[in-house]
Design a protein around this ligand. Sequence first.
Ligand code: ASP
Length: 343
Amino acid sequence: MSNPQNFVLDRRRLIGAGAGAAATAGLAAGAAAETAQPVKLQLPCVVSTWDFGVAANAAAWKVLSKGGAALDAVEAGARVPEADLKNHSVGRAGYPDRDGHGSLDASIMDQKGDCGAVAGLEHIAHPISVARRVMERTPHVLLVGDGALQFALEQGFRREELLTPESRKAWKAWLKEHRYHPVANSEVRTYGKDLGTPGSKTNHDTLGMLALDAHGDLSGACTTSGMAWKLRGRVGDSPIIGAGLYVDNAVGAATSTGVGEEVIRSCGSFLVVELMRQGRSPRDACREAVQRILKRNVARDPDFQVGFLAISRVGAWAVQKGFSYACCDAASQTRIVESESFS
Ligand code: ASP
């Protein structure tokens, strides 16, 4: 079943739907075919990926509702899943790489087009805040590996062991499989047995967050531990500006989740914003970006998933079920924090 409002791509479903579905974007969970209509919101507003975005949105909302800056809001929001020890795909408790090292990727971008990012950052629980420091305190955009760690320590971030007992146990269980096959949504698998469908309530990855503040300024943040069991040194889309995140204050912003290699190959978030610049709605722009990936990836991987989230500078947004948002209700000006979780 395809639905024009869905823009998460899941190749298994597309194969199942037959050749005619190849030009459409589908969802992994058939029960969740409906999505929210793109609407014009009152400012401010914030949208984010997956159901853990609800708590992240609430933190961002605290900033936005007091007239705070979108940049501060997205950093505050991203720090929530980064600190969550139950979250094995973002931050502190993220699953490690193939060799057992926890390494994190993050990026942040503001209304001026300034941006900062870190990739393969080890031992620091809040990569999003290090990314912001890269943006604000260096002439650079991206720091990686040991250099990123050195910078973080110099900036006063605390060095800590990222691997939790649960993450270590999961990694050891994966090692027993003796095969190299990193996957998105790995946090729901007990190695061999998939415990959830991509997008389901117990199954989520990167936190991508986009906010439009009361002054009409946009910012975005993207943070992840990347694909579990990845090769040491592998970098996904999340810290790559234009791939996992892009913000243009004159047009809109986009972020992504899913198999980062596909998003990097297509400059996904930049593409979504450029399509909005040409007049596409956030929803249509996300769909087009997904379709381009699908067209190229016909044979390569039968098991991949990619999703985009976008907001335009006038506050029109596109999210899918399983993602969440917070905004002012146009009539009452009250706060709404909603998750469209799968049932
Ligand atoms: N996009 C992330 C990466 O490829 C992971 C994910 O969202 O599942 O690193």
